[in-house]
Design a protein around this ligand. Structure first.
Ligand code: URP
Ligand code: ZN
Ligand code: ZN
Length: 461
C-alpha cells in the first residue's frame, strides 16, 4: 500500500520546503520535489498544509498509581487522544513500587500497554527503591530497551531518593551510558512548608503552589547537576517550570556538561492564578512542580529558543475533577498531582510559532526530532526522510479550534485549557503508514502501537 502526500510544506528540524512524501508500507520511501510521483493507492492533498514528523511525547503517565488512585487515561484511551493531537509516539513511565524489582515492574507495564496502544510507545523506568538488586537490574532494563531512569528529589516516603541513592544510581548510569531523569524539587523542605500550611488551616489548592516555591526547584536542580557532575552521569531534568531551575541548567550547559531539560505546555500557558481559582477549581491545575507566576513564562520561551530547554513533553497525568481531585477537598496535600495534556501539545506549541516565540522548524525540533534523539529513536522517528517510520501529521495552520472537554478525547472530565482559542489543527495522522486520524474521525486500532526498544541517547559523546 503506497500513500502519496502531495503539495504540502514538509517541515523538519532543519527547515521547511514544498515537497511530496511517498509512503510505502510502514516507512517513508521518498521525499521529493512536487510531482515526481503521481500515482499511489492513497493520495492525500496537502496544499496549504504542513507535513510534519509525528510528535513524540517523552513524558506521559497512563494508568499511573499515584495519590491513592490511578491516572484516568488507559494506554488505549491516552494513546488515542495522543493520535488526535498529532503525537504518534509516547514514552511512558513504568513505576517501581518500593520493595519490588525493576524487571517485575517492566513486565507489569508491558501487560498494561502491550496490545492496547493506538500509537507506538516506549518506557522510562521510575526507580524508587535504590538497592543492590535494582542497580543491577538497571542493566537488564537497558538490554530490554528501557535506558532512562527517573528519580525523585520530591515526595518523601513515596518516590523520594536520598542524595546518596541518587549518587549510586548516577554512577550506574555513567557506567552504562544511560540517562538519569530528575524530578527536581526539594521534597524535604516542601513537606515542612506543606505541614505548616495545613496546620495553619491554609488548605486551598493555591497552597500547593505557595508551598513549593521556585527556589526549591532551583535548589534541587542545582544539586542534581552537581551530583551528575561528580558522577559523570547524563542528566535530563523533567518538567522544568521555574526560572531558577532554568538558570542552573543553562549554566551547566555552558560548561559543556551533559545536562538537558524539558518543559511542558502548562508552564508556558498557565500560571499560579489558575491554581487560585475559587470553589476548588484550582485543584484541576495541581501538578508538581506547580504552575508558577506568569513572569516565568517568558524565560521558558527564551530557554526553548536558546536550547537550554531542548524538549517539550506534557507530563500527561490526568485525574478527573469529580471523583479524583476531590480526594483533596479540605487538604490540598491530598489532591492527586497531575494534569491532562497529551492531546494538545502540538497545537499549544504551534501557538508559539504563531506568536513568534519559536520558528516553525523549532516547533518540530522540540516536539519530535529532539525527543527522538534524546531517547534513542532517531532516525526511525522524529524526521521525514527515506527509511523513517511513516509517522506523519498533516497540519492545517490556518484552521481555528477551541479547546474544550466537550471535544477532547482524553479520558478526563475537564480541560485545563477550556475555551482557549487555537490557530491550527491536526488534519490527518499516519502511524507507521496507517491512517489513524482523517476527516475528523479516528481510523486507528487499539493494539496497532508497537513497543519501541530504544537505543542510548544520541546526544552523548
Ligand atoms: O504532578 C505530576 N507531575 N504528576 C506526575 C508525576 C510526576 O512527578 O511527573
Ligand atoms: Zn515528576
Ligand atoms: Zn511526570
Amino acid at each position: 500500500m503506497r500513500t502519496l502526500i502531495r503539495n504540502g510544506t514538509v517541515v523538519n528540524a532543519g527547515g521547511a520546503l514544498r515537497a511530496d512524501v511517498l509512503v510505502d508500507g510502514e516507512t517513508i520511501a521518498a521525499v521529493t520535489a512536487p510531482g515526481v510521483f503521481d500515482t499511489a493507492e492513497n493520495i492525500i492533498e496537502a496544499d496549504g498544509r504542513y507535513v510534519l514528523p509525528g510528535g513524540i511525547d517523552a513524558h506521559t503517565h497512563m494508568e499511573m498509581p499515584f495519590g491513592g488512585t490511578f491516572s484516568a487515561d488507559t494506554f488505549a484511551t491516552g494513546t488515542t487522544a495522543a493520535a488526535w493531537g498529532g503525537t504518534t509516539t509516547i514514552i511512558d513511565f513504568a513505576v517501581q513500587a518500593k520493595g519490588t524489582s525493576l524487571l517485575a515492574t517492566l513486565d507489569k507495564w508491558h501487560e498494561k500497554a502491550d496490545s492496547h496502544c493506538a500509537v507506538d510507545y516506549g518506557f522510562h523506568m521510575i526507580v524508587s527503591d535504590v538497592n543492590d538488586q535494582s542497580l543491577k537490574e538497571m542493566e537488564s532494563c537497558i538490554a530490554a530497551g528501557v535506558n532512562s531512569f527517573k528519580m525523585f528529589m520530591a515526595y518523601p516516603g513515596v518516590f523520594y531518593a536520598t542524595d546518596g541513592e541518587i549518587l549510586r544510581a548516577m554512577q550506574k548510569a555513567t557506567d552504562t551510558g544511560s540517562m538519569i531523569m530528575m524530578h527536581a524539587e526539594n521534597g524535604i523542605a516542601i513537606d515542612e512548608l506543606v505541614a505548616q500550611a495545613v496546620a495553619a488551616g491554609r488548605t486551598d489548592p493555591v497552597e500547593h503552589g505557595i508551598t513549593r516555591p521556585p527556589e526549591l526547584e532551583g535548589e534541587a536542580t542545582s544539586r542534581a547537576i552537581q551530583l551528575a557532575k561528580v558522577t559523570g552521569a547524563p542528566l535530563y531534568v523533567v518538567h522544568l517550570s521555574a526560572r531558577q531551575a532554568l538558570e542552573a541548567v543553562a549554566a551547566a550547559r555552558d560548561t559543556g556538561q551533559n545536562v538537558f531539560a524539558e518543559t511542558c505546555p502548562q508552564y508556558l500557558y498557565l500560571s499560579i492564578e489558575d491554581l487560585a481559582k475559587p470553589d476548588f477549581e484550582g485543584a484541576k491545575y495541581v501538578a508538581s512542580p506547580p504552575l508558577r507566576p506568569k513572569d516565568h513564562q517568558a524565560d521558558l520561551w527564551r530557554g526553548l529558543r536558546t536550547n537550554d530547554l531542548s524538549v517539550v513533553s506534557t507530563d500527561h497525568c490526568p485525574f478527573c475533577f469529580v471523583d479524583q481531585k476531590q480526594l483533596g477537598r479540605g487538604d490540598f496535600a491530598k489532591i492527586p498531582n497531575g494534569m491532562p495534556g497529551v492531546e494538545h501539545r502540538m497545537d499549544l506549541l504551534h501557538q508559539g510559532v504563531v506568536a513568534g516565540e519559536i520558528t516553525l522548524a523549532r516547533w518540530v525540533e522540540v516536539c519530535s526530532t529532539t525527543p527522538a534523539r534524546m531517547f534513542g529513536l532517531y532516525p526511525r522517528k522524529g524526521v521525514l526522510a527515506p527509511g523513517a517510520d511513516a509517522d506523519i501529521v498533516v497540519y492545517d495552520p490556518a484552521a481555528r479550534q477551541t479547546l474544550s472537554v466537550e471535544t477532547h478525547h482524553m479520558n478526563v472530565d475537564y480541560s485545563a485549557y477550556e475555551g482557549m482559542s487555537i490557530t491550527g489543527k491536526v488534519e490527518t495522522v499516519l502511524s507507521r503508514g496507517s491512517v489513524v486520524i482523517a476527516d475528523g474521525a479516528f481510523h486507528g486500532a487499539e493494539g496497532h502501537g508497537r513497543f519501541l526498544s530504544r537505543e542510548l541517547s544520541q546526544y552523548l559523546v
